[in-house]
Design a protein. Structure first.
Length: 286
């Protein structure tokens, strides 16, 4: 049993899409265990939680946003027509009308994980270093300086982002979303949103000097990934099917995410020759 103060940072309605049993209570994952990675069938209820993740202190009083997350984000998304299409495997029927829910789901799952919280803390420290490789804007430097001066502010901002989609509404305008379907299974992760490079395009939003084009990727069921780019594309939406090369490449990206970031604790994947081959590739750096 989980401790009552353990907060799930991966919604169980999301994980159940990858269930391997009729009751939809288990998934197959590769998990960190010291220097080893161990593959097994694991209980969904026992995955993706961290103590007091959605609790911060306000005027010395603990404030939890977990109920707000459930009420304002998880429940509306999980009960939407869009999620019904995904859950039932009808992702070929996703269309432009589903774009707002897909966008909200992706940005929400991006921002609510321990990995995201740790990254914000690391950026705050880097912004205070004169020799940082990242070119922070003056506004960002001021923001991160405030976070360094007030250690509790990082957690408060994290909780606000986890409990609301308001922070990202402005970026929705002009974004491009592509639903990509594959014939065979894709991997996924308990840090669900994977950031990868994107093709160069003048409409992509790259707010800081030196940034390279990027996109967000969220695998929503075993054979469907949603790609998001922040751009000025009007109302761009595509739903396409891609071949085996795309699937293999995406799966290697998830292997790289799992191998590189310590807070990515579980990779959702079947076992087999492909997993062994990709683990060997990741280990040798080839």
């Amino acid at each position: 049993m989980n401790n009552p103060r353990d907060h799930h940072y991966v919604p169980q309605f999301y994980l159940r899409n990858f269930a391997c049993d009729p009751e939809r209570k288990k998934i197959r994952t590769l998990a960190r265990n010291g220097e080893y990675a161990v593959w097994a069938e694991r209980s969904i209820e026992g995955l993706g939680f961290e103590k007091d993740l959605y609790v911060h202190s306000y005027a010395g009083i603990p404030v939890s946003v977990e109920e707000t997350i459930n009420r304002s984000v998880e429940t509306p998304i999980s009960q939407s027509d869009t999620w019904a299409k995904i859950q039932s495997g009808r992702t070929d029927s996703l269309d432009r009308s589903d774009k707002p829910v897909l966008y909200a789901l992706l940005r929400h799952l991006e921002a609510r994980t321990p990995h995201y919280l740790a990254s914000q803390s690391e950026l705050a420290q880097l912004a205070g270093q004169a020799d940082s490789d990242i070119q922070f804007s003056d506004e960002e430097k001021e923001h991160y300086a405030e976070m360094r001066a007030n250690p509790g502010l990082t957690k408060e901002i994290f909780n606000y982002m986890s409990a609301s989609a308001d922070w990202t509404e402005a970026a929705y305008r002009g974004c491009g979303i592509t639903v990509v379907r594959t014939a065979k299974p894709l991997r996924a992760s308990t840090t669900p949103v994977l950031v990868t490079g994107a093709p160069e395009h003048p409409s992509l939003r790259l707010p800081l000097p030196g940034m390279v084009p990027y996109m967000y990727n969220l695998v929503v069921n075993p054979t469907t990934v949603v790609n998001l780019v922040l751009a000025d594309f009007g109302d761009a939406f595509l739903n396409v099917e891609q071949g085996e090369d795309f699937r293999l490449g995406m799966n290697r990206h998830f292997m790289g995410q799992f191998g590189h970031f310590p807070r990515v604790r579980h990779m959702i994947t079947d076992a087999g020759e492909e997993l062994v081959r990709d683990m060997t590739w990741a280990t040798t750096g080839c």
